[in-house]
Write a protein that binds this ligand. Structure first.
Ligand SMILES: NC(=O)c1ccc[n+]([C@@H]2O[C@H](COP(=O)([O-])OP(=O)(O)OC[C@H]3O[C@@H](n4cnc5c(N)ncnc54)[C@H](OP(=O)(O)O)[C@@H]3O)[C@@H](O)[C@H]2O)c1
Length: 363
């Protein structure tokens, strides 16, 4: 089999760790000797030793002269990890084939250098684009210290996210809603604005598919979130984060009630228009090792992220419906002429139930 085919297997293995390994990257590794896979593993939790080493230790044959395939350069972000490369060197593979080199400016490329210095042939850059795409959350966080931002919305084909009375149940199909839950299960956090809580009383948990709950983040400048909301009443896993204005630090009684319900509070500065400062919030989330955020609305929140160029990709589930007047997906957004319109390209698209899912990246 070709090197590329084995890297493809490493990618498929790595995908099994989705939603379980953050803030570490997704990694799949296999050892091949005489065109036979003699060991394989993938990262399944952030705490376990690296999959390359598990693959070596579980190998069914002598590893000398084998080829190690991995979608990502073996990690060297800590001295411990850098030292553990010796266990790969001790296994005496003849060749190491790496999909993508780690692009962290502090440690990226270090493992490749160490392996080469030990006399091992190293090949990099196989299915490189796919490998970077697979770990796009990790790379955004490791490079910028901010989470990867996915804006996810359900819209009619004329771009409305709710009717005139603010009702948005349901624009998209049941299949799209299941997929939205699946997206929640692989992002570290979901985020919505206060108005959406008030209107929809959502839970923001994963219920329609198997998977773990993400952290749930509410932007609520004035601490208006009701203690009777489902978000507070059903905060069983203590994953709720309320972001509020710094000026609320003095409202001790109210803050104590939130804390008694297991709410984690983040205090953020406000901008001149009173909106919470998104860049400051994202930096704080990055510090908490939140590597990806699924922004679920509503219109004002989408507008703010787009206005401030903070989104990395936009996912729109278009339901084949028309509302005419209604609530626009970018409420509070106004570009004066078509020539100044924000431009995106369609990264991919799919039919989900009766809906069209489009993934957009800014040009
Ligand atoms: N179809 C969909 O995909 C979808 C998804 C979600 C919601 N919806 C619908 O959207 C409607 C609600 O949307 P909405 O536009 O009225 O409100 P929203 O975007 O849910 O919330 C906006 C509120 O968030 C708070 N906020 C704090 N910082 C902000 C910032 N930097 N930028 C923007 N907002 C910030 C502000 O309230 P404070 O000043 O009180 O903090 C602001 O008024 C509902 O009808 C809901 O059903 C549809």
């Amino acid at each position: 089999m070709l090197d590329e085919s084995y890297i493809q297997i490493a990618i498929e293995l790595a995908k099994k760790g989705k939603g379980k390994v953050s803030p570490k990257p997704l990694v799949g590794s296999l050892l091949v000797k005489n065109d036979k896979i003699i060991g394989a593993s993938y990262r399944n939790s952030p705490d376990e030793i690296s999959p390359e080493i598990i693959a070596i230790e579980g190998a069914k044959e002598n590893t000398e002269g084998s080829t190690l395939y991995t979608n990502l350069e073996p990690c060297s972000c800590s001295q411990k990890e850098f030292d553990s490369l010796d266990r790969i060197i001790d296994a005496k593979p003849g060749k190491v084939v790496i999909g993508a080199v780690n692009c962290n400016r502090f440690f990226g490329g270090n493992s490749v250098k160490k392996l080469k210095k030990a006399g091992i042939e190293v090949i990099t850059g196989l299915l490189e684009k796919e490998c970077y795409e697979l770990n796009r959350f990790y790379f955004k966080h490791t490079i910028s210290s901010m989470p990867f931002i996915t804006l996810k919305m359900a819209a009619t084909i004329d771009g409305k996210i709710a009717d005139n009375s603010g009702n948005s149940k349901w624009i998209s199909s049941v299949e799209s809603r299941s997929m939205s839950h699946q997206l929640r299960s692989v992002h570290d956090a979901v985020l919505i604005g206060y108005n959406t809580v008030k209107k929809d009383n959502p839970q923001l948990t994963v219920r329609l598919v198997e998977g773990r709950n993400p952290k749930r983040i509410i932007l609520d400048s004035d601490l208006k979130l009701s203690l009777h909301s489902d978000l507070i009443q059903k905060n069983y896993d203590k994953n709720l984060i309320v972001v509020t204005s710094k000026s609320n630090r003095k409202r001790k009684k109210k803050l104590a009630k939130f804390e008694m319900n297991g709410v984690d509070l983040i205090f953020a500065p406000q901008k001149s228009n009173k909106d919470l400062d998104l860049t400051a919030i994202l930096k704080k989330l990055g510090e908490k090792n939140i590597t990806s955020v699924l922004v679920e609305g509503g219109g004002k929140i989408f507008s703010s992220f787009i206005n401030e160029k903070l989104e990395d990709e936009i996912l729109i589930f278009f339901g084949p419906k028309i509302l005419g007047k209604g609530y626009s997906l970018t409420n509070g957004f106004n570009v004066k002429s078509l020539s100044k319109a924000l431009k995106y390209y369609i990264k991919d698209y799919d039919k989900i139930g009766d809906d069209l899912l489009v993934r957009l990246i800014r040009r």
